[in-house]
Design a protein. Structure first.
Length: 209
């Protein structure tokens, strides 16, 4: 394999540095998005949870797929009994719509069990969950709308501890969701601009030589 030309070496190193910065971004805090998709309401959740500042209350068997807006309750994940750790110490909304009086059960679900109960001030994670590990899940309510499930569109945030990294749970009902502040796009944009400028400089040097 031939060695890279000296003039291309800075360009290559710069590209590696930019790519490393983008790929090294840590998992963001846990977020659930509720959308009306066709005739159904679909929930998708992803992110990580930092358990620092929370207190383990109980470990037990629960079934995901439950939602009760008037209790500030949503539990996503596969629709089978799973071991769950319940932690206390969260603060935030006690409801996200008129909801009940009854809980609604999802028709399908998959992934990790994650739940929030605003009225009780607790959060559910998979049994034995390691703080900061990535989580993802989904569930679907067939033949449903935000209105039929008693949901009020908006963004609801629960937090705990010192409000540090990944110490919040965000529920987005409708809308486009919460952006990452443009950090990834900005970083990529600056990287591409830097690469272009370096290429122009190298080309100019080659023409002069």
């Amino acid at each position: 394999m031939k060695a890279l030309p000296k003039k291309l070496l800075p360009l290559t190193l710069f590209a590696i540095a930019v790519t490393s910065l983008i790929c090294a971004r840590p998992a963001e805090a846990y977020t659930v998005r509720l959308r009306e998709v066709g005739a159904n309401v679909v929930a998708t959740g992803s992110g990580a949870i930092n358990l620092t500042g929370l207190t383990l209350q109980i470990s037990g068997i629960l079934t995901p797929g439950t939602m009760g807006a008037n209790f500030g309750l949503i539990q996503t994940g596969q629709l089978t009994d799973v071991l769950v750790d319940t932690y206390t110490g969260i603060t935030g909304p006690t409801s996200f719509g008129p909801g009940g009086p009854f809980f609604f059960m999802a028709n399908t679900g998959s992934g990790d069990f994650v739940g929030i109960a605003g009225h009780a001030g607790d959060i559910d994670v998979p049994g034995g969950y390691v703080s900061g590990a990535p989580l993802s899940d989904s569930m679907t309510f067939n033949s449903a709308t935000f209105a039929s499930l008693g949901l009020t569109p908006g963004t609801y945030v629960w937090s705990w501890g010192a409000r540090g990294a990944n110490q919040n749970f965000t529920l987005i009902i409708g809308g486009a969701g919460v952006p990452d502040g443009g950090s990834t796009v900005s970083l990529l944009g600056f990287g591409l601009l830097g690469l272009a400028a370096l290429r122009r400089k190298l080309s100019s040097q080659e023409r002069k030589s």
